[in-house]
Structure formats: structure tokens, C-alpha cells
Ligand binder design. Structure first.
Ligand SMILES: [Zn+2]
Length: 354
């Protein structure tokens, strides 16, 4: 049972465009603390490391894990305070423990919730979800194997330990912004960056995750990234740093938060789109029409949508173009229809010049 819960939580890890919950990087284990760390080297030959991995590799919804990564990565296993096994890339592991020690000296206690997941693990989770819930649901819920930064072994999800108590749930962890600020301040000097910044969902594809840190093995670059408050994509020139102009209008039907949740879904989708999002606006309450509702339900026969939201976007296509779009072109009034079931989160149902 415990294993099942853990598997499910791992599967939901960083799967953005699904339930409307965009921060899902932690497991839901709440077992009693057990301070014990065991270390075992899982791979051979540190000479291999030289030929090994590129610590600056970008892995996101557009960029898969580089070839041969899993053959070259050297990892270490540890047991966290909850008793779970966590596997971390070797240098990231050392850097993490330096960071942890420094934080503890200031009374801040953290542990690792999860770090490396192999592509095979992710595929297994995808297969399990497909068998149990069908391919559609699995595709929406589980991060695509090969496209999760956790494959690298360099992405670590922290959790907090406060007064000896493990704080592992996302909704609990976000209650401690001052503690996260202390943690974030110390990341760069140990070669870590914060990966999923607030307000940069349209670049990273993920909502704000104060716990998800990434080792890049270069303190100078980490300091530059952290001091500029930019994403890894922006540093690497793989994303626009421009702010998206968002107009949520004056809805009588939905709260600002409800519309924001829908907007974040669209922004996240753009991160996997290769296009530069310029502006996004709510179409207005009349979009929740019987016709639109009938339309979205006709596109997904398993669904029973009860409300619709329509968003318009303006964006610029990439210089090299995409399968769908002409290169280097301004696109305006591109439509997105999102819908939700009773008590469900917004889901993108369809998009395009409908
Ligand atoms: Zn994560």
C-alpha cells in the first residue's frame, strides 16, 4: 500500500498539464522520522565520470535526456528521514550535503524527498497508469518518459523538517516562504539553482516549486542565474525573458484565481510548444456557452465537462519553425478551450484556429 502511494506520487511529479495542481513534486509519505543515512555507491569507476555527463544539460518538456546519460551517470543511494531510498548523482550528492550542513548551522533542516528517476521507472509508471486509467489519462497525468529533469539525477526535491516533524506535502511546504528564502540564498555557492520560478511557468512548463533545485556544478553560473532571478532556459538562451501580458477581464462567472489556474495551463503548454508567448486573454463569460460545452464534450467521450473557459493568445513562432507553424511568424488570436468536470481542475481540451 505504501509502495502504491509512493509510485503514484512519483508519477504525478512535475506533470504539469493535468489536474490544475501545478506543484506536485513531493510524495505523500508521512511516516515518523528516522534519522539515518546510508550511502552506497551504485556504479563503478570514477574515471568514467570524465567522459560522463554534461552538468549544464537542459532537460525539460522540449529537450529530452541526452543520449547515453544513463550509461555515464554515477550515483549514490541514501535513505531519507522517512525511510525512502533516494538516488542522487555523485557530485550533486556531495554538494547537497555541504548545503545541508550549512543550513543546519543556521537552524534550517531539510531532507531529500526524491532525486533521480530513470527513464525506465518513468515508463513503468506510464504503463501502470495506462493499464489502470487508459492512455488519455496517463498522457495527461504522467510526465513523458525521457523529458523529466529528475532523470538527470541532478534535480533534487527537498522537504522541510521543522521541530523534528517532516513537512513533505506541497501545500504545507509553501506555508514557509521565509525558510525557503534562506535555503534559496545558499543554493548558488554550492552549484545549485532554483528551477521552477514563480511567474515563469510559460518558460519552464511548471508552476512555482520552491523545493525543486538543480545542480549545475558551477557556482559562478549558478550565482548569475540566481541573482538575476532567471530560469535555466533563459540563461541558456532557450526562452524569452519577456513577461507575458495577461488580461483576465472582468468575469462574473469565475474568480481571478480560477482564471489564473486556466491561464497557467495554457502558459505551461506554451513551454512545450517552442513558441514565444506574447499575450494571453480571457475571452469573456459568454464562452461558457451551451454550444462550447457540447463541443468540448464531443471531443472527449470519457469526459463530463460542466464548464468551459476560452483563452486567446498571441505568440511568435521559432526561427526554425515547427511541424505546425511557419518559421518566425507572429500569430494572433490563437484559441484555447479548457474545460472542467464537477470539482475538477481545468484541462486543455483543444487549441487552434477553431
Ligand atoms: Zn522535482
Amino acid at each position: 500500500m505504501k509502495r502504491k502511494i509512493k509510485t503514484t506520487a512519483a508519477a504525478l511529479l512535475c506533470a504539469a498539464v493535468s489536474t490544475g495542481m501545478l506543484t506536485a513534486c513531493t510524495s505523500s509519505n508521512t511516516t515518523a522520522p528516522q534519522e539515518q543515512t546510508t550511502v552506497s555507491d551504485s556504479s563503478a569507476g570514477s574515471e568514467e565520470q570524465a567522459a560522463g555527463i554534461d552538468y549544464m544539460a537542459l532537460v525539460n518538456k522540449l529537450s529530452p535526456l541526452p543520449d547515453n546519460w544513463e550509461d555515464n551517470i554515477e550515483t549514490i543511494h541514501m535513505t531519507n528521514s522517512i525511510g525512502d531510498d533516494v538516488e542522487v548523482e555523485k557530485k550533486a550528492y556531495d554538494a547537497y550535503f555541504e548545503l545541508k550542513a550549512e543550513l543546519e548551522a543556521e537552524g534550517v533542516f531539510v531532507d531529500l524527498d526524491s532525486a533521480r528517476r530513470s527513464v525506465a521507472d518513468q515508463q513503468r509508471i506510464m504503463d501502470e497508469f495506462t493499464a489502470e486509467y487508459g492512455a488519455d489519462y496517463a498522457a495527461k497525468t504522467v510526465a513523458t518518459p525521457g523529458y523529466s529533469e529528475h532523470h538527470t539525477g541532478l534535480a533534487l526535491d527537498l522537504y522541510l523538517i521543522i521541530d523534528g516533524k517532516d513537512i513533505t506535502e506541497n501545500e504545507d511546504m509553501v506555508q514557509y516562504p521565509e525558510i525557503w528564502a534562506k535555503i534559496h540564498e545558499k543554493l548558488a555557492e554550492h552549484g545549485f539553482i532554483l528551477r521552477y520560478l514563480d511567474g515563469k511557468e510559460y518558460i519552464t512548463g511548471y508552476g512555482y516549486e520552491p523545493w525543486h533545485i538543480r545542480y549545475i556544478d558551477n557556482a559562478d553560473i549558478a550565482k548569475e542565474i540566481m541573482s538575476k532571478n532567471i530560469t535555466f532556459e533563459e540563461y541558456l538562451g532557450k526562452a524569452s525573458s519577456e513577461e507575458v501580458n495577461i488580461d483576465l477581464g472582468n468575469s462574473q462567472l469565475y474568480t481571478k484565481d480560477e482564471l489564473k489556474e486556466a491561464a497557467v495551463q495554457v502558459k505551461c503548454a506554451f513551454a512545450g510548444f517552442g513558441c514565444e508567448l506574447k499575450s494571453l486573454r480571457y475571452a469573456g463569460d459568454e464562452c461558457n456557452s451551451p454550444e462550447n460545452l457540447e463541443y468540448v464534450n464531443s471531443l472527449d467521450e470519457d469526459a463530463n465537462y460542466v464548464q468551459v473557459v476560452e483563452m486567446f493568445t498571441d505568440f511568435h513562432t521559432p526561427k526554425e519553425g515547427t511541424v505546425v507553424f511557419e518559421p518566425d511568424t507572429d500569430m494572433n488570436d490563437y484559441r484555447w478551450l479548457l474545460a472542467r468536470e464537477q470539482n475538477g481542475g481545468w484541462q486543455i481540451v483543444t487549441q487552434g484556429y477553431l
